[in-house]
Design a protein around this ligand. Structure first.
Ligand code: ATP
Length: 565
């Protein structure tokens, strides 16, 4: 298959913001792809060459992309940099150079998807000595036989900046449209469930192409990351009961981060809710699991909470968030920022998918298999409550001991991944707080010169990112203040720079932050049509993925609420 066929689809997808149109472009193409017997090529639609859950990256910095373009087109590196400073988009620059070369008849044979996929895989896998040069060679080999548009998408893929607005939802709906025309509604759910179990486009796509029976055979694979159940927000105890029924299970809502714990034999694997593998960062948790949980194989849903050894007090998420990303000095960090694992659910136990069992049954399993060891691992604090008065008491007790609020769970409900079905609701004091992604930044001045210190943040709207404001406060000046510093944020953002204009840069949307603000108003200054007033970053959220950020609808809803206290 020619790579240009993919590129045509990319162009068409990028040209429409409408989800339904995207689906009608993709579905016929998926039928065609089925004939090729290479389901993994579909990964290219979300700009990857591995399953959705697989966090491996191409590791291509802007500098490296400059070099690859320069070597592929025989152009001086400084000239590429100068072009970048002028145009600010490396994809377009590659397109321009490739088009020019075509006119000078240096163009060679057509690029195949096989070749592109294969080289991209190798770029991702190469490590160690000489890796940079090898990566450059693999990329320039592709660019050497690419036409303008192909060159643009190769570079955009490598820089994680495909810009075709295809999120998982569009892919799922396209599979349904492609293979189950008659019974769409029913299949949408089935495909979503299969997708949630394996998080792998290729597996779901090839099963769906064979029919419903194959799709139903898809099972949990212990050791690969799984999506978790999400909570619906309620305003008070009465609403909580209305949502999940009476009596209900009340639990403390711990202010840590979600950790999905897999064990098979003696191997333990830890994943965040955004499916990142964080096993290496938490050897202390691995040890606690091996010592204190019975069972040959299981998947537990937990919240890991930081605490202070000296005072014996829990610490807010902000303080321990750095443990999620840290790859060095792990032993020191365990000493400084220990965590306690609070287990609140189980998805799989000794060969059986227990998500279909009611909550009460699942709770019994965790109570049976977990040995509570204070400050290491324990089952979450829980109480089954049937009246509002007692529920209020439990809620206030939770707040008094410093928890964020309570989670209230439906006793007879199964575990449903992802969907905010209302089988578990969260109740906590109201704060104006949105999760947004950073899409741009500006350099600071004076003491902060050279650092990116103010950030353009955006919400999502059907796979597109729309700006809602600029935020320059909330992070810390120094490391010992606890929490993410401007310097750390700057370091995270610099490799993501994909465009430049004066003092401002555009970055590939990767970094999620929680932002608090006074209120949201209509504003022509930002692409969403709204702006936050007095925004401040409360947390960097390495545990969140960009498809979990606030949507334009959330912003509109908040804008309607008007001025807050
Ligand atoms: P928030 O920012 O309010 O934590 P969120 O968007 O991160 O919300 P939600 O699913 O809406 O996630 O809220 C539930 C989160 O609360 C879970 O993801 C989990 O990390 C955390 N949590 C803490 N304690 C519990 C508990 N006992 N049961 C379930 N989830 C819990």
């Amino acid at each position: 298959m020619k790579y240009s066929e993919f590129v045509d689809i990319y162009e068409k997808l990028g040209a429409t913001p409408k989800r339904l149109e995207k689906v009608s472009i993709l579905a016929p193409f998926l039928r065609k792809l089925k004939e090729k017997g290479k389901p993994e090529w579909g990964y290219l639609f979300y700009g990857k060459v591995v399953a959705d859950y697989d966090a491996r990256e191409f590791g291509i910095s802007r500098q490296l992309a400059f070099k690859a373009i320069s070597s592929a087109f025989g152009i001086n590196n400084d000239k590429v940099i100068a072009e970048f400073n002028k145009i600010g988009d490396l994809g377009e620059i590659a397109e321009k150079f490739a088009d020019k070369r075509k006119q000078s008849a240096l163009f060679s044979k057509a690029l195949t998807v096989e070749k592109v996929f294969d080289n991209l895989r190798r770029v991702m896998d190469i490590e160690g000595k000489g890796a940079v040069d090898k990566k450059i060679n693999l990329i320039s080999e592709l660019l050497a036989s690419a036409n303008g548009k192909e060159a643009k998408y190769i570079i955009r893929t490598l820089l994680n900046d495909l810009r075709i607005g295809v999120a998982e939802g569009v892919l799922r709906d396209s599979i349904t449209e492609a293979f189950f025309e008659g019974k769409k509604e029913e299949m949408v759910v089935k495909i979503e469930e299969a997708y949630d179990l394996v998080n792998d486009f290729a597996i779901v796509f090839s099963a769906a192409a064979k029919g419903v029976k194959e799709l139903e055979k898809i099972e949990i694979k212990v050791g690969t990351p799984m999506k978790v159940m999400l909570a619906v927000k309620v305003e008070n105890v009465k609403e909580a009961f209305e949502a999940v029924g009476k009596p209900a299970a009340f639990e403390f809502k711990y202010d840590g981060f979600r950790l999905v714990i897999n064990k098979k034999g003696n191997e333990v694997k830890l994943f965040t809710r955004r499916l990142d593998d964080v096993t290496a960062q938490f050897p202390d948790v691995v040890d606690a699991i091996l010592k204190n949980v019975r069972g040959e194989s299981f998947i537990l849903d937990t919240e890991a909470v930081g605490f202070d050894r000296k005072s014996g007090k829990y610490m807010p998420f902000q303080a321990i968030s750095q443990r999620i990303k840290r790859k060095y000095d792990i032993d020191k960090l365990i000493e400084k920022l220990p965590v306690e694992v609070n287990v609140f659910d189980v998805l799989y136990y000794d060969g059986e998918n227990v998500m279909v069992k009611p909550y009460t049954e699942r709770r019994k399993i965790i109570e049976k298999i977990i040995k509570n060891v204070p400050w290491k691992i324990r089952t979450s604090v829980q109480k089954v409550i049937g009246n509002e008065e007692e529920a209020e008491k439990f809620y206030h007790e939770a707040l008094k001991v410093g928890e964020e609020g309570v989670m209230v769970k439906k006793l007879d409900a199964p575990y449903k991944q992802q969907r905010r079905v209302g089988y578990m609701v969260k109740l906590k004091p109201e704060v104006a707080d949105l999760d947004l992604v950073i899409v741009g930044a500006e350099y600071g001045s004076g003491k902060r010169a050279g650092l990116l210190t103010s950030y353009i943040v955006a919400c999502s709207d059907n796979g597109e990112f729309l700006e809602v404001g600029k935020v320059g406060s909330g992070l810390k000046e120094k490391e010992n203040e606890g929490g993410t510093t401007y310097e750390e944020m700057s370091k995270l953002l610099k490799p993501l720079i994909i465009g430049k204009e004066g003092n401002a840069v555009k970055v590939s949307p990767k970094i999620v932050v929680s932002v608090t603000y006074q209120n949201i108003q209509k504003s022509p200054s930002y692409s969403s049509g709204y702006a936050m007033r007095f925004p401040r970053i409360t947390h960097y959220r390495p545990d969140k993925k960009i498809d979990e950020i606030a949507t334009l609808k959330d912003i509109e809803k908040d804008a309607k609420k008007g001025e807050r206290k």
